[in-house]
Design a protein around this ligand. Structure first.
Ligand code: SF4
Length: 88
């Protein structure tokens, strides 16, 4: 097991896929949607999605698709988690 907590990368479905797929250059529009959809399809068949997403949230990854979630989706998850923790 890796000391840095990234052992799950060895089982990642994206291990041999071009990383650029998960880091779209377009910031909006159909090209972005299509690339995100393709990346999410890989994540959808990945056995370590939860570990990947947890890592991205824990390390505040600001870009790319991790654990089947875009940066915006992860940002919302963190905001919702913070809201729950700070509510009454
Ligand atoms: S969830 Fe997606 S980005 Fe994360 S390791 Fe699996 S395929 Fe790669």
């Amino acid at each position: 097991m890796r000391a840095d907590g990234t052992w799950w990368r060895l089982a990642a479905a994206c291990r041999y896929i071009d990383p650029d797929l998960f880091f779209p250059i377009p910031t909006s529009g159909r090209a972005l949607d299509q690339q995100v959809t393709r990346a999410k399809a890989v994540c959808g068949a990945c056995p370590v999605t939860r570990d990947c997403l947890a890592f991205a949230l824990r390390t505040h990854q600001m870009h790319g698709v991790w654990g089947g979630k875009t940066a915006d989706e992860r940002y919302l998850m963190l905001r919702m988690d913070l809201a729950v923790k700070t509510s009454g």
